[in-house]
Design a protein around this ligand. Structure first.
Ligand code: HEM
Length: 488
């Protein structure tokens, strides 16, 4: 943007039908915007921009009474900038990508100028800076667009994440990092600890796109650990490779409309058959609401690999009557290639965890939840799905322990994300309160607004401090100690 204009020149572009092609310009903070075509699309209406106090004028004050600076940084509005006023410099400048925010309390203490923390070292700082820059420059535009249109993250983002080994780092410290170059060398595999993981999660909160970030890595984060711990080595190695390369995606299927998050109460059934298991063989899905019907099952017989007998007399238990059963709220379910699925083991008792590959008998459908559908949250129906024995994770009756084994780590990660998001919200409110003018002065000059901000900040800071304490314990304790002393 190199063109310069005088204020007088801009003032001539002040109404529709004025000079050829250049109908309506405005000045905001010494930058000149051509809003001729945009005016009819403006979310605040055409009239706001056509107003004679705005069109062709310096609209800086009017603009900041109604918008925040960040509006002008949205990629879709950059084409409106056509130059700047000769001899003037913008008063509001954005910080270079990756640099910390200077809004009070927008960063945790360890990133705030002049403060210290016992928990973080140079490798945490290097990682934080590299991720902040990558997120701002590469991920943020896609995150905003996909959060809005509800589609999953774009392919180039998955590819970029895989190149930096972010899917592997997302699982936290461990042998799976050995031999990998992490974030272009920002941190070494042997240095990586729970604080690095905390940093990654909290940087993700700054994307302001909760559904999108779950769509990026949510399913893998919760479904890969049981595979890494309990799958047969050849299966584990194949899936880990595919997932770390950003080629395949996972979902954890352990919740249902009936059971909610009570994994032990799961109704999806697995029956032993020759060479494997039939999932939901006795159950049929009739509808997806939370009503239950008892009804004679209508089913078709299928022949499965290794099965003796014929198609009219399958070897697995003959269906009697069925209630509807369906897995619900399954993050990344719409696009997952594998489902780590908790099933009631009807043959031996207990719960069996099966690694189910997308294929015949599996239907996934999008759920519109309160956050963006970019997360791919789904209903999943398993209708007589055959799962080979090799895909059983761990002991076939001990599935509850297998599923629960990762829950504490998930809870901690949710606390990291949730506190990070609360801080991001507090920062947005702070910025709005400073920039927005009402009754002739900025909102922040009202005591009630300052009191509300102080309340928000005190909750964020106490949450962060407790989180860092717990995270420090995680770096010192083994998993048994963590389960006994931290899980509550
Ligand atoms: C390049 C210039 C501008 C752009 C890109 C722009 C963009 C937007 C956007 C995205 C919104 C939706 C709310 C938000 O996201 O903050 C909005 C709302 C609005 N804009 Fe603008 N705007 C511009 C200039 C102006 C000017 C100069 C005025 C008039 C003084 C104006 C008046 C309004 C009004 C009245 C609203 C509705 C505010 C509300 O609902 O609280 N806009 N604008």
């Amino acid at each position: 943007m190199s063109k310069t204009f005088s204020r007088e020149e801009v003032s001539k572009h002040n109404k529709n039908g004025d000079l050829v092609g250049r109908l309506q310009w405005i000045i905001i903070d010494s930058t000149v915007y051509d809003v001729s075509k945009f005016a009819s699309l403006h979310p605040g209406g055409l009239a706001a921009l056509s107003n004679e106090e705005v069109a062709g004028q310096d609209a800086t004050d009017s603009f900041f009474e109604l918008h925040r600076f960040e509006v002008l940084q949205r990629p879709q509005y950059s084409r409106l900038k056509i130059g700047h006023i000769h001899g003037e410099e913008p008063q509001i400048t954005s910080r270079p990508p990756g640099s910390p925010s200077e809004v009070p309390f927008a960063e945790p203490t360890w990133l705030s100028k002049g403060y210290y923390s016992p928990y973080y070292n140079e490798s945490h700082r290097r990682l934080q800076q590299a991720i902040r820059k990558f997120n701002q420059e590469v991920v943020f535009p896609d995150a905003q667009a996909r959060e809005e249109d509800g589609k999953r993250a774009s392919k180039h983002i998955f590819e970029a994440r895989a190149r930096l080994n972010l899917p592997a780092m997302g699982l936290g410290p461990g042998p799976h990092l050995q031999g990998l170059t992490l974030m272009d060398g920002a941190v070494k595999p042997e240095e990586f600890d729970c604080f690095h993981e905390l940093v990654m999660i909290q940087e993700g909160s700054r994307l302001h796109a909760r559904g999108y970030t779950d769509g990026l890595a949510g399913g893998t984060y919760i479904a890969l650990p049981p595979i890494m711990r309990y799958a047969r080595p050849e299966i584990r190695d194949r899936i880990v490779k595919e997932v770390f390369a950003g080629e395949k995606f996972l979902s954890l299927a352990v919740t249902e409309a009936y059971a909610g998050s009570d994994v032990a109460g799961i109704r999806t059934r697995a029956n032993k058959t020759q060479g494997g298991w039939i999932v939901n063989g006795r159950w049929v899905v009739l509808c997806e609401n939370s009503l239950m019907f008892s009804t004679p099952i209508v089913y078709t017989y299928r022949q499965y690999p290794g099965q003796q007998g014929n198609s009219e007399f399958p070897l697995y238990a003959k269906p009697k009557t069925g209630l509807k059963s369906i897995q619900k709220w399954i993050t990344n379910g719409t696009f997952a290639d594998y489902f780590v699925t908790a099933c009631k083991n009807e043959t031996e008792g207990g719960i069996v965890v099966l690694l189910i590959e997308r294929g015949e008998g599996i239907e996934t459908r999008l759920i519109h939840t309160s956050y963006s559908t970019a997360a791919g949250t789904a209903f999943i129906t398993f209708d007589d799905v055959f799962v080979p024995d090799a895909h059983v994770l761990g002991p076939s009756t001990d599935g509850l322990r297998i599923i629960l084994s990762n829950f504490n780590h998930e809870r901690w990660a949710m606390a990291c994300g949730s506190i990070g998001t609360q801080r991001a919200i507090a920062e947005e409110c702070f910025k709005w309160a400073v920039q927005r003018k009402v009754f002739g002065k900025p909102l922040i000059s009202q005591a009630v607004i300052r009191s509300k901000l102080a309340g928000m900040i005190s909750r964020v800071e106490s949450g962060q401090n407790w989180l860092e304490n717990v995270t420090y314990q995680m770096t010192r304790m083994n998993s048994a100690q963590q389960a006994a002393l931290l899980a509550g």
